[in-house]
Design a protein around this ligand. Structure first.
Ligand code: LMR
Length: 396
């Protein structure tokens, strides 16, 4: 019956987790998956989240089905966080709760594929591997636009812009508003303005994927490109995730927003999103959404959580500086200044797949074969070892 099913080669990021867990070396270091660990190497339960979880009424609430579109208070609080003063009214915004950011990408992809036949999406080169998997899986043709300039170790801005200029009206373009995964390289404000002008002029459909709001500069500044599209009346899709910024990976808490600048469309878009959810998984889970809704809507908890996001961002930034300084010491002939121009959880080291393999095999340091490391997995106890290991594989 199943003889024709080929074996699965495994996911380039998630399989690394499994190998890391099987590794018996006591000094192994996990810089593979994008998960934030604190200075002691522990994935934190944020104090704001813990405060909600011990509330009596929280624990005694019945665990009923949520509606297809998710928890109302959650959707309102998330919309407020994402759009702030640019929050569109409900006639111009369709927002649903989803199973993390991946669930939002999948529901958005399914919706587009149903109503825009033979869809094409343009993704940055490189991008998160699963962008390609999710959109191909939903029937899209996936094409790449230039993003990373390996020689400059920076943004290939001119090539990016001229590729966007050449796309057909209605093409879907995937964009990372901040903390680009895997490179950590983001356009600056002036470059974003030029990108958005092209999106507008060429009538392209942006699909923003926001998994790291608050991890580049601040919760407000990191969503500037999204809010600028609202100000200009550009329709878009936006997936967002609370896995990292609430440290709620396993709860699968996210949202999908569709901004509908033309009157009279948001309601139908919302209806079709609900239908897409019903056909996929019926309705989203409750627990994580209740936590996020409570934290975002309570002034005290909200302030506390914002402080926690700032702390996580600053710790990662501090480790990025430690990594840079450590590498400069062990490899003085190389310039690692590019690491300091990258944002968020990831460092794009320029290591080859063969060097990454040696890091893992010989030193127990796990990274993605593209050369991406999760800087949020570094801490004062492992950063020197990582620098020495990187120096050894770079020198060959
Ligand atoms: C990552 O890029 O490591 C994270 O987004 C986790 C994942 O699902 O790949």
């Amino acid at each position: 019956m199943f003889a024709h099913l080929p074996p699965y080669a495994g996911d380039p990021i998630l399989s690394l987790m499994e190998s890391y867990q099987r590794d018996a070396r006591a000094d192994k270091v996990n810089l593979g998956i994008g998960v934030y660990a604190d200075g002691a190497g522990v994935i934190p339960v944020l104090p704001s989240v813990r405060a909600v979880e011990v509330e009596d009424h929280f624990n005694s609430a019945p665990c009923t089905y949520l509606p297809m579109e998710g928890h109302t208070g959650y959707r309102q609080a998330v919309a407020q966080l994402l759009f702030g003063p640019e929050l569109p009214d409900q006639n111009h915004l369709a927002i649903i709760q989803t199973l993390g950011g991946s669930g939002a990408l999948k529901v958005g992809a399914d919706l587009i594929a149903r109503f825009f036949p033979q869809p094409q999406i343009w993704v940055p080169d490189p991008t998160w591997d699963n962008h390609i998997g999710i959109f191909e899986g939903a029937g899209f043709g996936v094409q790449r636009y230039p993003y990373y300039d390996a020689d400059k170790k920076g943004l290939a801005f001119d090539a990016l812009l001229s590729k966007l200029e050449s796309l057909e009206a209605g093409s879907v373009v995937l964009l990372h508003p901040c903390c680009h995964n895997p490179t950590g390289i983001d356009p600056d404000r002036g470059q974003w303005t030029q990108i958005i002008e092209v999106l507008e002029r060429r009538a392209l459909l942006p699909f923003f994927d926001l998994a790291y709001q608050g991890f580049a500069a601040s919760l407000e500044q990191d969503v500037w490109p999204v809010r600028e599209c609202v100000r200009r009346g550009i329709a878009f899709f936006l997936s967002n995730s609370f896995s990292k910024i609430f440290s709620l990976y396993g709860e699968r808490v996210g949202a999908l927003s569709v901004f509908c600048p033309q009157d009279g469309q948001a309601n139908n878009v919302l209806g079709q999103l609900k239908l897409t959810v019903r056909r996929n998984y019926s309705s989203p889970p409750l627990h994580g959404a209740l936590i996020v809704a409570r934290v975002l809507s309570d002034a005290h908890l909200r302030q506390q959580w914002e402080g926690e996001v700032n702390q996580m961002r600053e710790r990662v930034h501090g480790m990025r500086e430690r990594l840079h300084a450590g590498l400069a010491k062990v490899l003085p002939e190389y310039n690692f200044g590019f690491l300091l121009r990258q944002n968020g959880m990831f460092g794009y080291t320029g290591l080859s797949a063969a060097q990454v393999e040696r890091l893992r095999e010989q030193h127990g340091v796990y990274a993605v074969s593209s050369g991406r490391i999760c800087v949020a997995g570094l801490n004062p106890g492992n950063v020197d070892k990582v620098c020495l290991a990187m120096a050894e594989v770079i020198r060959g």
